[in-house]
Design a protein around this ligand. Structure first.
Ligand code: ADP
Length: 337
């Protein structure tokens, strides 16, 4: 049987999981598991590159693990980055194969350092923020990933990973690293229901995202108060808020309701309240399923944590093998103490 292609993707433990994250990334990850050999990393080292609280980081790391399992990721596919120190060690080796100038030109570095500067007196731009794409290259290449499901915003980082792999291969005179490719899947861009001109995101504040694990009342309230018409949409064009609600219905796979309500819209008879109720029903149905699964996991907290420590140790063996080979090729010592 042909070996399945390797997929690698990572997510930072930075707080709640919202429907933008779920429809835009996690749902796709769940579906990819059928076709590929998938590894998904909860990358806590990355979450240290912006100002953070150690206590919150630990809580968020475990919370994300539980959220991922509750939403359908197989526990054996999940690792916690800091349990696999080889990522950081490979990052060092890769630092020496990375152009400093290229790192300073990364759009995300420019954006995030500008964001940090806005914090004023607390402004602190760490070397970690500059170096984060190199650690990301290590995350990907250490498992010789064939494909990385990325959004457009990450394409530049993936290109950097390929540059590093190529430079390493040239230096050691061997096509050692696979050059990872991006895997594009059509995923929706979910907008904030409070302000449909911006994307649904945690960084904009609580009203700008809908937590996947929120209770029914809160979800219904957020959808009921979704902005529909702002009055500035050109005649005959659907407003961003209404578009977003239809998008959410489609992402929830409620195609029948979608078709019916779209017909109403086209006939000029759509009542926004009907569209909102349909969206709220769909999101609540999904979230209730996930909440039930999470309750089950929460009643076995210790077991789940042990399971993830174990899966990380199994995934680590692959990282250790790669690092051993890299050290051999790079002229470094490998000694078993
Ligand atoms: P946030 O903006 O809330 O901090 P992250 O940047 O941590 O979210 O995103 C984690 C993943 O979720 C990424 O793969 C990202 O592309 C996806 N994602 C985040 N927000 C959205 C959105 N509004 N629509 C679609 N996908 C999203």
């Amino acid at each position: 049987m042909e070996k399945k292609k390797q997929i690698l993707s990572c997510i930072q433990p930075t707080g709640d999981m919202h429907f933008g994250n779920y429809f835009g990334a996690i749902k796709n990850w769940v579906e990819l598991q059928d076709q590929y050999d998938c590894i998904y990393g909860v990358v806590n080292y990355h979450a240290m590159t912006m100002p953070y609280s150690p206590k919150k980081l630990r809580e968020n790391t475990w919370a994300l693990v539980f959220n991922l399992i509750a939403t359908g990721i197989k526990p054996e596919s999940i690792f916690i980055q800091s349990l696999i120190p080889e990522h950081a060690e490979l990052c060092w080796v890769f630092n020496c194969f990375t152009s400093y100038g290229q790192l300073t030109r990364m759009t995300q570095f420019k954006d995030k350092s500008a964001q940090n500067k806005e914090l004023g007196a607390d402004s602190f731009i760490s070397a970690g923020l500059l170096d984060y794409p190199v650690l990301q290259a290590a995350d990907i290449l250490i498992y010789k990933a064939d494909y990385v499901p990325v959004g457009v915003d990450q394409e530049q980082h993936l290109e950097l990973s390929r540059n590093i792999a190529q430079r390493f291969n040239n230096q050691v005179g061997k096509e050692y690293f696979v050059l990872p490719e991006s895997l594009y899947t059509e995923v929706p861009k979910v907008r904030s229901t409070a302000d449909p001109t911006r994307k649904m995101s945690k960084s904009a504040g609580e009203k700008h995202y809908i937590n996947v694990f929120a209770d029914e009342k809160r979800i219904r309230k957020q959808i009921r108060s979704a902005v529909t018409d702002t009055g500035d949409t050109p005649e005959g064009k659907m407003s961003p808020g209404v578009q977003n609600l239809f998008e959410l219905l489609k992402a929830s796979e409620k195609m029948e309701a979608h078709a019916q309500l779209m017909k109403d819209y086209e006939g000029g008879q759509l009542k926004y309240v009907d569209l909102k109720d349909a969206v709220a029903d769909a999101l609540v149905e999904i979230s209730q399923r996930f909440i039930a699964k999470k309750e089950e996991l929460n009643s076995n907290k210790k077991e789940v944590k042990n399971q993830i420590k174990y899966s990380s140790s199994i995934i680590r063996q692959r990282a250790q093998q790669t690092l051993k080979e890299v050290k051999d090729l790079a002229g470094l010592m490998n000694v078993k103490f």
